[in-house]
Design a protein around this ligand. Structure first.
Ligand code: DX5
Ligand code: ZN
Length: 237
């Protein structure tokens, strides 16, 4: 039976991003990470997949939209974590929800007053993520952060996979954790791999998006387990 609720805060989740997957066989690619077993009770299994939606306007790249998501929904039981890098997320949210996403993360840069939008997403039965770009200060989300289910801290400039991790952007995780407390997830996206994982978990992130570090590798199970091991290595003793 599929559990399509955002996992309750308190676990560290690895969330493979399809951006580095082979789009010609997306369902098979997602199935590979879905099958990856959890190796110990302390290490989270893969419960979620991150779907990067780009419109060629908010970011200089174009990916997938609702028709593709509706098709892959039929092939996967994972929680669909959609990251809308689009200029008008309010306009398209219903289409993504109908297609079967379970979370909609949108950018504060294009929805400066997100209270109503977050409520609309909750009323429609999906969770809401609030995202900020590397150059966007924490003060921009401060008033709204407690309304969201998850805050997404971009640690690269959105648009492409395989970019280098920006430490200065990751430094915002700590003040955000102080603002939201322990019950709201902090997701981090961009340049996450076994090396950067202990940095972001040490700062307070609990939801780790990884594209190239998983789908850019031939052995996806090993790639996920490498990140898992780095989580364990980074846990306070
Ligand atoms: C980038 C996307 C990311 C991307 C991350 O704009 O939002 O989700 O897949 O890619 P990596 O993990 O390769 O940096
Ligand atoms: Zn993303």
């Amino acid at each position: 039976m599929a559990n399509r609720q955002l996992p309750k805060a308190g676990t560290i989740e690895i969330v493979p991003s399809i951006l580095s997957a082979d789009f010609a066989c997306l369902a098979d690619e997602i199935a590979q990470v879905e099958k990856t077993p959890s190796t110990s009770s302390r290490q989270a299994g893969v419960k979620m997949v991150h779907l990067d939606v780009m419109d060629g306007h908010f970011v200089p790249n174009i990916t997938i939209g609702p028709p593709v998501i509706a098709k892959i929904r039929k092939c996967s039981n994972l929680f669909f974590d959609s990251h809308l890098m689009i200029s008008e997320p309010e306009r398209y949210a219903d289409d993504f929800i109908k297609a079967g996403v379970n979370n909609i993360t949108f950018h504060i840069e294009v929805v400066p007053n997100p209270t109503d939008f977050i409520k609309k997403l909750h009323d429609a039965g999906v969770s809401a993520g609030l995202c900020l770009n590397p150059e966007t200060p924490v003060s921009k989300i401060e008033k709204y952060a407690h309304l969201a289910d998850m805050i997404l801290v971009m640690t690269v400039h959105p648009g492409f996979g395989g970019q280098s991790f920006i430490q200065k952007a990751a430094d915002k995780i700590k003040p955000i954790r102080q603002i939201v407390g322990p019950n709201i997830r902090i997701e981090v996206d961009g340049g996450i791999d076994a090396k950067t994982t202990p940095i972001v978990t040490g700062l307070g992130a609990d939801t780790l998006v990884a594209g190239f570090a998983i789908f850019g590798q031939s052995d996806r199970a090993k790639a996920i387990n490498d990140i898992r091991s780095a989580i364990v290595a980074g846990l306070p003793r």
